[in-house]
Design a protein. Structure first.
Length: 258
């Protein structure tokens, strides 16, 4: 399928999504949010796709966030119910997304990266939640996700000052998994995605199901009880049987995603 504001490619079980508005540093407007929501809907529903890589077109920006110029000009469009970039309000996706942050990720662009499971950053990348500087706040998940992923104190400092953080500091703070030379970023992101395809996709889905539910469960006991139920469901999958059999037979498992 062809999209107007994104490019979509497949590499076996890997979906590669490129936000493709380089003329506005891949800033997102309402039509792009809706388009990306459809991309993630299709990704979730496709049995043959196990992992996604998300990046931005060009070498300057992953995403500048909300397209304020479009908004200021009276641009219209229905927002996506699954939020910014079709991700910030999507709480049921059980397939991993690797963010390959190729340049600056500002505001909603940073919030989009935080909505992904793994963040690989080019050594030139910069991150910020600068909404307070234009009379807004990080309302697309930045407040919640950043404070959960790096702790309240450093997150509050970033959110209330709007300052930019380089890739190395982002790794030190804990929201960046790995810093890569810009020229090697997509190669490394695809390596990471392929690494994720070597493990049981059913186990990955089970892990994400528990992660997704943690904030809605009251306490550790509730979460552990939920994990027990998910584990029982996992034991009914073909992948569980294949994993155990392959271990006993000392061979590489052949995952079926079912």
């Amino acid at each position: 399928m062809t999209y107007e504001f994104c490019k979509v490619d497949r590499d076996g079980p890997i979906l590669i999504v490129t936000m493709n508005r380089p003329e506005v540093y891949n800033a997102c407007h309402a039509p792009m949010h809706v388009e990306m929501a459809q991309i993630w809907d299709d990704f979730a529903a496709d049995h043959d796709l196990w992992v996604a890589v998300l990046t931005g077109a060009g070498d300057k920006a992953f995403s500048a966030g909300n397209d304020l110029k479009y908004t200021a000009k009276g641009g219209k469009g229905n927002p996506s119910p699954t939020g910014f970039a079709g991700l910030s309000m999507r709480f049921d996706l059980e397939k991993p997304i690797v963010a390959a942050v190729n340049g600056f990720a500002m505001g909603g662009g940073f919030e989009t990266a935080l909505s992904c499971d793994i963040i690989l950053a080019a050594d030139t990348a910069k991150f910020a939640l600068p909404e307070v500087r234009v009379g807004l706040f990080a309302g697309a998940g930045g407040v919640q996700r950043l404070s959960r992923q790096i702790g309240r104190k450093p997150a509050v400092e970033m959110m209330l000052t709007g300052r930019s953080v380089g890739a190395a500091e982002g790794q030190a703070l804990g929201f960046v998994n790995e810093v890569v030379p810009q020229a090697k970023l997509m190669e490394r992101a695809l390596e990471k995605a392929r690494e994720l395809t070597t493990v049981s996709p059913s186990s990955v889905r089970a892990t994400k199901r528990v992660l997704n539910a943690m904030d809605d469960l009251e306490n550790l006991r509730s979460s552990l009880n939920f994990s027990r139920q998910v584990s029982m469901d996992l034991r009914q999958t073909e992948d569980f049987r294949e994993g155990v059999t392959a271990f006993v037979e000392k061979r590489k498992p052949q995952w079926k995603n079912g």
